[in-house]
Design a protein around this ligand. Sequence first.
Ligand SMILES: CC(C)(COP(=O)(O)OP(=O)(O)OC[C@H]1O[C@@H](n2cnc3c(N)ncnc32)[C@H](O)[C@@H]1OP(=O)(O)O)[C@@H](O)C(=O)NCCC(=O)NCCSC(=O)C[C@@H](O)CCCCCCCCCCCCC(=O)O
Ligand code: NAD
Length: 723
Amino acid sequence: MVDYIIDQNLAILAVNNPPVNALSHHVREGLVEGIKKANANDQVTAIVIIGKGKIFCSGADIREFSNHAAIKDPVLTSVGHTIENSGKPVISAIHGNALGGGLEVALFCHYRIASESARVGFPEVLIGILPGAEGTVRLPRLSGLSFAMDMIASGKQINAKDAFKHGILDKVCTGNILEEAKDFAKKVIGQPLDSRRLSRINVEDASNVDAVFEVALAQVKKKYKGQIAPIYCLKSVRNSAKMSFDKAAAEERRLITELMLGYQSIALRYSFFAERSASKWRLPCGASVNNTKPSKIESTGVIGAGTMGSGIAVCLIRAGIPVILVEKDPKMLEKGMETISGILDGSVKLKRMTPGQKAKCMEILKGATSLDKLSNVDLVIEAVYENLELKRQIFAQLDKVCKPSTLLCSNTSTLDIDKIASATNRPDKVVGTHFFAPAFIMRLLENVYGSKTSPTTVATVMELGRRIGKVTVLVKTCYGFVGNRTHQCFGAEASFLLEEGCLPQDIDQVLEEFGMAMGPFKVSDLSGIDVGWRIRQEVAKAAGFKLTTETRYHNGERISTVGDSLFEMGRYGIKTGKGWYKYDPTNLRKPVPDSDVADVILDHCAKMGLQRCKIPPQEIIERCLFAAVNECFRVLEERVAEKPEDIDVIWQYGFSFPRYAGGPMFYASQVGLKRVYERVCFYHEKFPYSSHWIPSDLLRKLASHSVEIPMSQWKEFVNGSKL
Ligand SMILES: CC(C)(COP(=O)(O)OP(=O)(O)OC[C@H]1O[C@@H](n2cnc3c(N)ncnc32)[C@H](O)[C@@H]1OP(=O)(O)O)[C@@H](O)C(=O)NCCC(=O)NCCSC(=O)C[C@@H](O)CCCCCCCCCCCCC(=O)O
Ligand SMILES: NC(=O)c1ccc[n+]([C@@H]2O[C@H](COP(=O)([O-])OP(=O)(O)OC[C@H]3O[C@@H](n4cnc5c(N)ncnc54)[C@H](O)[C@@H]3O)[C@@H](O)[C@H]2O)c1
């Protein structure tokens, strides 16, 4: 795991632990052995630590943390002390990334050089911990307190040039990193090492520490609301200036231990691996990411230049994929093109793109008003109104117009992909590509396969998602797929709570305190009350009934129509300046509770004869989340989602579920399935007219076990395979 190579008078220790050179036990052992061996060899005058493959080192092996008590010696700090105490100079030669423990290894070395394309950082905070191998104590000694606090608490990576500027690197190299390291080593042989040992030097701006800490703390509390680790990161850096090196290092150890054992870090570590597991798709037929090749996509079409079509076009052109944007109405087309240009201008303003890059994006975007223009593209994404008949017409036409190999994708948010595919003679090439609004910002792409979608089609849209920078999850078709189907239960309970005693701001506040980025009513104002209204009308039409503000039940199912009353008043949300909240036109970002909405709700309750009472926050959380969790178990049971991790990733990236709470499935696993099941049964008895409370069979089965079944085994209970 660490190759030991003698090259003239140098010992090269090459970390060799693919794919990302994590510091697993054998790597730590290898580094200690290598340093000792080199020091014992009189021929060796200096030591270079380098990484094999694409990266220097990704840090500690995160998988070892789940059984932290079993982390074997040597731990990373003792590896580091062996490096720092080496009598011969140790140089770290960084290429690719040096992250977390990887950067800490470099900080134990006497010198650090890096390729100009290298990036360094402490991403520990993103998994709810801090750099616990003296990173919080060593970095401030190089970069100063303020920079160290920012870099460690944000988890951001910086490039080699910036790292050099802030004293972290001694040299940025343009040539071959190993050759440059060898040259560098030869120059430093024989120079005194003590001043190069960070544990022997002081933090320069120590007298300012309290002031720097207070400023950083205020920023962190605002930016990372609800998260513990960023605050601990700051405290640990503060200690580096207030205590002796050894005392601060001991405190750092105490803080990382506390964090690592805490709920937030467990959830964030789970989220790290859940996100990566989502891309490992598999179909029931056995086809998977490992055995299916995607087709090449070099040109695309997008149909509909509304909210979603424009956003999707941005995602594609930003990734360098040409788009023909088709609108039936030339005015709408012009508006769509302007929207796209405006979105890219925003990126330029935020310095995420140069004006030249924007111009290149616009060059590969063409507008059209006829589907005929799509005859030659490799893939089309349809984003017209949510109307099955309209979509079927368009797909039938596309089938005639497009070359036989073109993949036909729909951005439908709810409709059955099979019903759309059956309008074509190529159902194997029809698939759902469900983007979330705003498509150019939200990272989630929920790809939906139908009963006839081919593995190659799936592989192609999964690869497309990766190419445009989305976190991409594959699910099976059904009404609303995984995201909207499970989220609808959450939203339904939020509306029922309005009829029972809450106001929109009460519910939003509780769920935001739980960690959701925005409560459901603020989200509804953002996406448009009219959009929800249209979907509800479509559903009612398909079910053969007329939905009005008087409707309370249909087919024995409770319905809340408060939102429809707002729609009828023209309160569509931010776009009309009024929705569940009111908005000052000069500050559309700040929703203000509106007494008119309270009146609408109270009138509604009076008209319907509904009693109102005070509802405790715990009930708000349970009602919204457990209703969704129960539906998530159904989705798993029906194999609409292949694994619980996929559902959690969808909630994190589609609905901003806090990563530090894992996702609804992870949350349920932490609450305990027995408790969740008991509460679902309780609410089912209390609310018999909401079918989303009928307990899922899978949840019942899992909850009936005397011991909690770990999430990784839930799948085994699907389809009665285990009872
Ligand atoms: C490195 C990346 C940028 C690469 O990205 P890329 O897109 O190329 O690849 P993937 O992300 O798909 O990754 C490929 C593959 O590798 C897996 N992987 C990546 N990084 C790690 C890792 N660090 N550990 C394990 N596995 C890793 C990834 O999962 C993929 O595999 P899969 O099978 O899932 O497909 C990118 O991967 C990246 O950003 N990685 C994370 C980098 C990171 O977060 N690094 C920090 C790690 S934490 C750390 O370093 C901590 C140290 O500061 C300190 C350690 C001190 C420990 C002290 C312990 C004290 C505990 C005390 C508790 C005792 C309590 C008691 O007493 O009881
Ligand atoms: N808005 C959201 O939050 C959201 C999120 C995810 C998915 N979706 C789905 O995306 C799709 C589009 O939604 P939207 O919000 O962008 O709607 P929208 O009303 O903003 O845009 C639809 C566009 O399609 C155009 N159009 C209609 N018929 C057409 C035709 N025959 N040929 C070409 N263009 C035509 C319209 O002129 C309009 O510009 C729907 O299926 C919706 O369910 C919406």
